[in-house]
Design a protein around this ligand. Structure first.
Ligand code: ADP
Length: 278
């Protein structure tokens, strides 16, 4: 997992929803890949992300590590997608490319009119600043600032932010505005990190193992906060995890194996985090 600081960025409010074009429905349930690189797509409207034939290869001395192999994927506005897979299957690599933190070795990926496959740092920075909120396994809060001040770091420079108090209320921390990170539990700190990610009203919320460092009960509170943000703000939400129990929360579950999307599952009903057995 590579961690950068995507939070010191400005933002704009969500874009208008693109027109629906009545895309062909794929079948429900578990869909095993039949051929190389199927396009994994939800049925609703025009996708906001389009990835085609993504590969990512790391050269480690004599060895090539193929982190992604021919991944094609569409993501739609407001979707909640969980990407499941064992460690090393390529989840973080895919999330980082979708978030403009990294670029593919080959293939194309776009977010609306942003070309995320070109290695153009200004374009990628603009994309992250305007559209993306990140949540990582470790919260990266500034210890000397209160919860409100940690969130205000983003709201002070964003174009159309929500007040820090509103963002913290969205994740159930309205009563803890003036607490310092050391006075908060791990789950509460992660909820501050979620508030910081969403305060700029991102179109996309990308979460890399957000409950990885938390116990079950605390993890449920964090997932409730993410779910609340997904429904409340309509942010397209991608959560990557190796915890299969989280799959039930999603509209769609993508299972990664050895750098490919090996299977897709569409949930008829999204579970409430409280209904999960872990
Ligand atoms: P996951 O998130 O599913 O654990 P990753 O996307 O982090 O998987 O990694 C996929 C593969 O790519 C792994 O074999 C990992 O060791 C390798 N990898 C990831 N990042 C790098 C990097 N910066 N340099 C070299 N290899 C990397």
């Amino acid at each position: 997992m590579r961690i950068t600081d995507p939070h010191a960025n400005a933002s704009t409010p969500p874009r208008a929803v693109p027109d629906a074009r009545g895309r062909a429905l794929s079948s429900g349930g578990l869909v095993e890949s039949m051929s190389a690189a199927p396009v994994i797509s939800a049925p609703a409207a025009e996708p906001i992300f389009r990835a085609r034939g993504l590969t990512k290869t790391y050269h480690m001395g004599e060895v090539d590590v193929h982190a992604l192999r021919d991944v094609s994927l569409d993501l739609h506005r407001g979707e909640f997608v969980v990407i499941l897979g064992p460690s090393g299957s390529g989840k973080s690599t895919l999330l980082n490319i979708l978030g403009g933190l990294d670029v593919p070795t080959s293939g194309s990926v776009t977010f609306l009119d942003h070309d995320l496959s070109r290695n153009d740092p200004h374009e990628l920075t603009r994309f992250r600043r305007e559209h993306v909120g990140f949540v990582f396994q470790f919260y990266n809060l500034i210890p000397s600032l209160t919860a409100r001040e940690n969130v205000a770091l983003v709201t002070d420079i964003a174009e159309h932010p929500m007040p820090a108090e509103e963002a913290l209320a969205l994740v159930g921390l309205a009563e803890r505005l003036d607490s310092f990170p050391s006075q908060l539990s791990g789950g509460e700190q992660q909820r501050v990190a979620i508030a910081r990610a969403v305060a700029k009203r991102p179109d996309v919320l990308l979460c890399d193992e957000p409950t990885g460092a938390l116990d079950v009960e605390t993890g449920i509170l964090v997932l409730e906060a993410i779910e609340h943000v997904n429904r409340g703000l309509g942010a397209t939400t991608v959560v990557i995890t190796h915890n299969a129990a989280i799959a039930g929360l999603a509209d769609r579950v993508l299972r990664m194996r050895s750098g490919t999307i090996a299977a897709e599952q569409r949930n008829a009903r999204r579970l409430d985090p409280r209904e999960m057995s872990w």
